[in-house]
Design a protein around this ligand. Structure first.
Ligand code: XMP
Length: 531
């Protein structure tokens, strides 16, 4: 984490309540951060091997949460944290591995549950003792469902600790040293399978850390604007605008902070969706009066993609051209010292990885290379936010729902939704089909239940019959997935009627398509895009 940026962000930080989450490699550490922020407290995740007692003191949290993790605390080289954190006088909440680590460090012991006593899945726990953590949540004798996922377990607790809740398989489901404000749970309160998990985390923040839980988007907005002004001064800033949520929010926020010093560049590569360019231009020039350069690079991109079928080559060509066009336009603005980007918190978090293997599935998901090429300093006002917080900020800034709720759209656009060679004719056909499909989804009120929905134009023609005539046209695939972060995805289960109606509409309204298929592949095994 860039300390300079942080210190600017925390102007007036003495007031700001923060929680530190130390990550030991759990798959769901980000969910802990989500729950903390949903409770109205700002928090950050730091990998266990990047924090030390000085960085913690400097961060000045109201409390610390130790995440779960895949390893066993008694294994050599398992993730550890300096024992000194237990002497800071701060409330600490350990989750699963975090509980086991806390116990081991403070004199308890942990054993492998391989003997068959591990617990996985929904489990009932019973409250054994009232405490400040449970205030307004549970009383002695209450039972609640939690999500367990552990093979190891605590077998003896450190001195000064007491049992607050038990399950059949875990005698130490919740334990605490109340005097020191150390609490820990064997289960995962951060996942939705623990129905009262969010309340439990919230209770830790309110009852134990004494947080006032008033971190809001309004506060974030004011801080972010002050921070942008301080960083930028009277210099010019350039911002790449795609019409997606992140860049739209960055542009509007910067406009509010520095007005005319901002110029947005919208590279139109000709592979955008139906009427997308018009909507972006209308919103940012007419509604917001932002300096906007809308390039007309359609022919340049399409000509360069002639004869190219390989997905990775398409991406590389588009990525390079994008940079060329952007840089040329940026130079025309003249004297700009800063480049604004919609980097989000999940891109910034350094995750703890226990494998060294990285397999490249798709070469780039964002246009890399811009900052180096332009030699500008970065302005990244969304660095601290999760995606749905960006949407909240967008709403706070008055951006219309159409921009805030928009499904993600890949940088290379329709190019990676037309397997094989791209032509203008194919782009036009796909744009129409995609639009019919999206209008259908909106008409049925399904848009916000779906992470991403789009049409794909297959490089296959099949025989059909329309009226009395034979047709030989393209196949269109439609795809809709639900997802939390795009890393994995499930197929959206449309009903039979929706699919029939949509198929008919596409075939009737889009010349060039005579067959529609529905992609029923989850991720994994498929990726969300077809290329
Ligand atoms: P995949 O297809 O990898 O997609 O399952 C995951 C998410 O990433 C988006 N995506 C891209 N975004 N440039 C982008 O800016 C790309 O080259 C790219 N490829 C995939 C995809 O739309 C989904 O949201």
């Amino acid at each position: 984490m860039n300390i300079d940026l942080l210190s600017i962000f925390f102007t007036g930080k003495e007031k700001m309540e923060k929680i530190l989450i130390i990550d030991f490699g759990s798959q769901v550490t980000q969910l802990i951060a989500r729950r903390v922020r949903e409770s109205g407290v700002y928090c950050e995740i730091q990998p266990f091997n990047k924090v030390n007692i000085d960085t913690i003191k400097d961060f000045n949290p109201k409390g610390i949460i130790l995440s779960g993790g895949p390893q066993s605390v008694y294994e050599e080289n398992s993730p550890k944290i300096t024992r000194q954190i237990f002497d800071l006088g701060l409330p600490i909440f350990g989750i699963c591995y975090g509980q086991q680590l806390m116990c081991q460090e403070l004199g308890g012991s942990v054993e492998s549950g391989f003997s068959g006593s591990g617990e996985f899945g929904k489990t009932k726990i019973k409250i054994k003792k009232d405490c400040i953590l449970f205030k307004n949540l549970w009383n002695v004798g209450d039972e609640t469902i939690v999500w367990m996922s552990h093979k190891d377990k605590v077998v003896s607790i450190p001195q000064g600790f007491e049992v607050l809740a038990v399950s059949d398989g875990a005698p130490y489901a919740i334990i605490a040293n109340e005097e020191k404000k150390f609490y820990s749970v064997q289960f995962h309160p951060e996942v939705t399978h623990t129905p009262q998990g969010k309340e439990l985390i919230s209770a830790f923040l309110k009852n134990v850390c004494k947080c006032s839980c008033n971190w809001t988007m309004d506060e974030f907005r004011k801080n972010a604007i002050a921070k942008i002004r301080k960083q930028v001064g009277d210099k010019k800033v350039i911002c790449g605008l795609s019409g997606g949520v992140d860049s739209s929010v960055v542009a509007v926020l910067l406009n509010e902070a520095i007005g005319d010093q901002l110029t947005c560049i919208f590279v139109d590569h000709g592979m955008l969706r139906h009427k997308e360019a018009e909507q972006v231009v209308e919103m940012f020039t007419n509604h917001y009066d932002i300096n906007l350069i809308h390039t007309q690079s359609q022919d340049l991109f399409l000509n360069s993609l002639k004869g190219i079928s390989d997905p990775e080559q398409k991406r590389k060509i588009i990525g390079k051209l994008f940079i060329d066009v952007f840089v040329e336009e940026a130079k025309k603005v003249g004297g700009a010292k800063f480049l604004a980007q919609g980097t989000l918190y999940p891109d910034v978090i350094e995750s703890v990885s226990f494998t060294n293997q990285e397999v490249v599935i798709k070469s780039h998901h964002n246009v890399g290379g811009l900052p180096e090429t332009l030699n500008m300093d970065l302005v990244e006002p969304l660095r601290e936010l999760f995606k749905d917080e960006v949407r909240l900020l967008g709403a706070e800034l008055g951006l219309p729902a159409q921009f805030i709720e928009r499904h993600p759209f890949p940088g290379p656009g329709l190019a990676i939704r037309i397997p094989g060679e791209i032509t203008k004719e194919k782009c036009d056909i796909l744009r129409k089909a995609d639009n019919v499909y999206l209008q259908q989804i909106k008409k049925h009120g399904l848009y916000n239940d779906i992470w991403q929905a789009f049409a794909v134009l297959l490089p296959v023609r099949t025989v059909g019959v329309m009226g009395d005539a034979r047709t030989y046209d393209y196949v269109c695939a439609i795809r809709a997935v639900t997802s939390l972060d795009g890393m994995s995805a499930d197929v959206y289960p449309f009903g039979h009627e929706f699919l029939t109606e949509t198929t008919n509409l596409i075939i009737n309204q889009v010349r060039g398509i005579n067959r529609v298929v529905y992609d029923y592949t989850s991720k994994p095994a498929g990726t969300i895009e077809w290329e």
